[in-house]
Structures are given as C-alpha cells and as structure tokens.
Design a protein around this ligand. Structure first.
Ligand SMILES: [Zn+2]
Ligand SMILES: [Zn+2]
Length: 388
C-alpha cells in the first residue's frame, strides 16, 4: 500500500526542512537555532499553542481538533540534538559546524514530526488534542527525563505518547516494533583497583593491579554466562583499561576499568549491579588489592505498552506494506524510555535502508522515508482519535 498521496506530495518540503536542520547541527541542550526554527515553523502551520524553553531548548506545539476539551490527548515526540562527530558524508548540505553532525538522524525525526504537525494543523480530522514534543539532549543528556520533570505530561494533559527512530539495516520505509522491552537500560561503571607498584623485576614486592584487572575482567564475564538466566538479555562490557604506568619496567599503582551494563528488566538490572560489585571487590581482595566500584544508572528500559504497540502497528500497516510486529530488541538505549514510564504508548523503528550505522561519520538519513514517518504519526492520531 503506498503512503497517502498527501505526504508524497509534500516530500520535497520535508526534505528541505531536513537539509536545513542538517546543515546546522547543535548539541545536547544547547540548541538555540534548531529550537527557534521548530517554533517558527509550528507557528506558521497554525498550531494553537507553541511553547519554547521546556527543558531549556525543548519546544511543544498544541493542535486542537474537534471537541478539544473531550480529554483525549495524544503526544508525539521527536529528538533534536546532534553528535560531536566530524561529518564525512560528502553531502552538499553537510554540517557547517565543525565537529558536530546529525549522525543519528534526529534532523529526519524533526522533519517527520514537522510534516505530521503541518498536516494535522491543516486537516484537524480528529477528536481531541495532539501535542507535538521536540526534545533536546537525547544523546546522553536525558532531555526526555528533564521534560517530564518540568511537567510535560501534566501541563499538556498528555494521555498517550509515541515516538519513532530511523534504523539502518531495515529496508527503507519498512516498520519494525515489538511489545515490551525494545531497547535496554544502560548503566556505566568505573572500577578503581589499588595495588602497590614497584620495579617490574621484583614483582614479589608489589601488589600488581594489572594482574588483578586481568582476573577481574574475565570474572565479570561470568555474570552473564553463569549467573543470569540465558533467556534474559544482558551485556557486561569492559571497554577501557587505564593504568598509571607507561613504562616497560614499572608495575603500576592503580588500574581503572570503565564499562557498561545493558539489561532488559529491573530485576536483572538490580542483580547485575550487585554482582558486579561483589565480583570486583572480592577479586581484588583475593590478590591483596582493593577495588572501589562506582556504578551510575543511565536510561531505563524502553518499554512498549501492549495497547500502544497494537496502535503503532495498525498505523504502520496503513502506511507501509512491510511491518515487522515482533522485531528482536536492541541493547542500545533511548531516553524516550522516560516518557514511556510516565505515560503508555510505543516506540517504533522506521527502516533507513542500507546506510552506514547510526553515529558513524558516514551515516546518511534516507529522505525517501520522510513521508512514511509523517504519515505514520498522522494516521496514528486519526485512528486513535476518530471523529464521531
Ligand atoms: Zn543516537
Ligand atoms: Zn537517535
């Protein structure tokens, strides 16, 4: 089934917004140009309310349909921030800001939600109210959480919320989703191992923290292989090993291990945090060293609610012939998770075709998927908030 012709007819417009945003990437919460453009466009479309400055640079537009006070309010969300990457795409409209790039396609997500907002403000063929949410700082800054903390859901009386992300590796214009956890909780740890350094020729007079670190890295892998149910998805990765010796003949005093834990349920997340501490501290003790563990919880699991997932699938089937309703979840993380903790709804992937990976300097958003995304948001609204 082709995307509704309205959205195809507006594809050039969506592409020009996307390229405009792509040229001028901004990071985290510091999005003055991006936020100003979004607010200006939302006002041009005729949104009934446009509020700026939520979570510093977030922008919210309100579109009232028929009987706007009936209490039915749906939120639609896009992320706004770019990444600290030097673009190597070679595109004519590549980043004009050194060291900054829209390498996760958030420029495309904004263009998609702008397209939906323009359509919904023009047609208003729904009963209730639509709130379009443009959030800052998805890339590690927790902008989604900050908007919730500043009362996003309560101020705009949002009852349900939906989001999408483009996904390389899924054919362009295909949708993929699953009920329940779709993306992981993402935590970080730093383990500082303190030994007793000295001359490499007299190891018996030292407590070598490098040997302790080697044992510890292997022991930490038993959390996933021996302690957690094989049916539970968990990742424990030690990604950085730093010692304070750079010489061939000096045993260092201290080693720091840095890494990440990804999990799909609160129970497993709690268990891995505890077990990681136990393994680190007792491994160090076994060698006469000391371990200090610092564990930082990041984004929670992105959890697709059952009804919201069904609604997302229905809308996707109306705009695309290819919808995978049972995709394998990913161990990446997403701060839309906070919005799905606050309200029911769902998060769907829209295929970006055979592009370079997200966060690659060679990544390219596929403009041909813009009408699919805009049609999905708009169809979801019309299906969830039908006119009498
Ligand atoms: Zn990203
Ligand atoms: Zn992203």
């Amino acid at each position: 089934m082709p995307v509704k012709s309205y959205f195809n007819d507006h594809a050039a417009q969506y592409t020009s917004w996307r390229h405009d945003l792509h040229r001028q990437p901004e990071l985290m919460y510091d999005l003055p140009e991006t936020a100003a453009k979004i607010a200006r466009w939302l006002r041009e479309f005729g949104c009934d309310i446009v509020e700026e400055g939520i979570a510093r640079s977030g922008v919210v537009g309100v579109i009232k349909g028929h009987d706007p006070d009936c209490g039915a309010v749906i939120g639609l969300r896009a992320d706004m921030d770019a990444l600290p990457i030097t673009e190597a795409s070679g595109l004519a409209f590549a980043s004009q800001s050194d060291g900054k790039m829209h390498a996760c396609g958030h420029d495309g997500h904004m263009a998609i939600l702008l397209g939906a907002a323009q359509y919904l403000a023009q047609t208003r063929a729904f009963k209730g109210t639509v709130v379009v949410v443009f959030q800052p700082a998805e890339e590690g800054g927790g902008g989604g959480l900050q908007m919730c903390r500043e009362g996003l859901m309560e101020r705009f009386a949002i009852q349900e919320i939906y989001g999408l992300h483009n996904m390389p590796g899924i054919p362009a214009g295909h949708f993929a989703i699953c009920e329940g956890p779709i993306m992981a909780a993402c935590d970080e740890f730093d383990i500082t191992i303190s030994g007793n350094g000295g001359h490499a020729a007299t190891p018996h007079l030292t407590i070598d923290p490098v040997i302790v670190a080697a044992q510890m890295i292997m022991a930490l892998q038993t959390i996933t292989s021996r302690n957690v149910n094989p049916h539970d998805q968990v990742v424990v990765s030690v990604c950085a090993v730093e010692t304070d010796s750079t010489a061939h003949n000096v045993i260092s005093e201290q080693v720091v291990l840095r890494g990440t834990v990804r999990s799909m349920s609160p129970q497993v997340r709690d268990f891995v945090e505890q077990q990681l501490g136990r393994v680190a501290i007792s491994t160090a003790q076994a060698f006469g060293a000391q371990a200090d563990v610092s564990y930082h919880r990041g984004y929670p699991v992105t959890f697709n609610h059952a009804a919201g997932t069904a609604h997302a699938i229905d809308a996707a089937r109306a705009v695309s012939a290819d919808v995978d309703p049972d995709v394998t979840p990913m161990m990446g993380a997403e701060d839309f998770s906070y919005m799905l903790e606050a309200r029911p709804g769902a998060y769907i992937w829209l295929g970006n075709g055979d592009s370079a990976a997200l966060h690659s300097p060679h990544y390219k958003f596929d403009d041909s998927i813009l009408p699919y995304g805009a049609a999905w948001f708009s169809t979801l609204v019309e299906q969830r908030l039908p006119l009498d």
